[in-house]
Write a protein that binds this ligand. Sequence first.
Ligand code: SF4
Length: 165
Amino acid sequence: MRIAQVVQDSIVDGPGFRLAVFTQGCPHGCPGCHNPETHDFSGGTEMTVEEIIEKLKKNPLMKGLTLSGGEPFCQAEECTRLAELARENGVRNVWAYSGWTFEQLLNSEDSGKISLLRQLDVLVDGPFILSQRSLAIPWRGSKNQRLIDVKASLEAGTAVEWQPA
Ligand code: SF4
C-alpha cells in the first residue's frame, strides 16, 4: 500500500499509545490542509501490511491503531486487512480519519469502503473546513468533523457520536 508516514507511539491521533498510519493519496483537496504532501497518489513509499504490523509489534503498549492520511478509504482493502491483523496482534481499538462523511461512506456502492467501516471503532469524518478550524476540539481540525461511534451507528442506521469512556 502507498504510505506517507508511520508514527509509532503516537499520543495525538486518538486516546492512548497508538500506531498512526498516514496513507498516501487524497482526492479531497481541502483548502488549508495540513498534509498537502500526502495528496499525490504516486507519492510516499510502498509498504506491505505485514511491514506495518512489524512496527506495531515493537511496542506492546500500543493498543490503538489510527488510519489517517491522505484518505485511508482510497486504500480501503489494504486498510481493512491492516485493521484485522492489528487486532490479531493486540490492538483494542481502531480509528480512522476520512474526508468523506459517515453517511457518504455508508451509502457508498464500494463494498471495500463498507468493509473498512465495519472494522472501525471510531470514524473522524468529513473534510477539513478552514472557516471552521478550531484548536479547541480534541482530535479534529474543524468543527464540522465528528467523532462517530461506528459500531453503534451501524446498529442504529444513523450517526451516533462517540463518547469517551
Ligand atoms: S481529507 Fe485530509 S488530507 Fe485530504 S485534503 Fe482534506 S484535510 Fe487534507
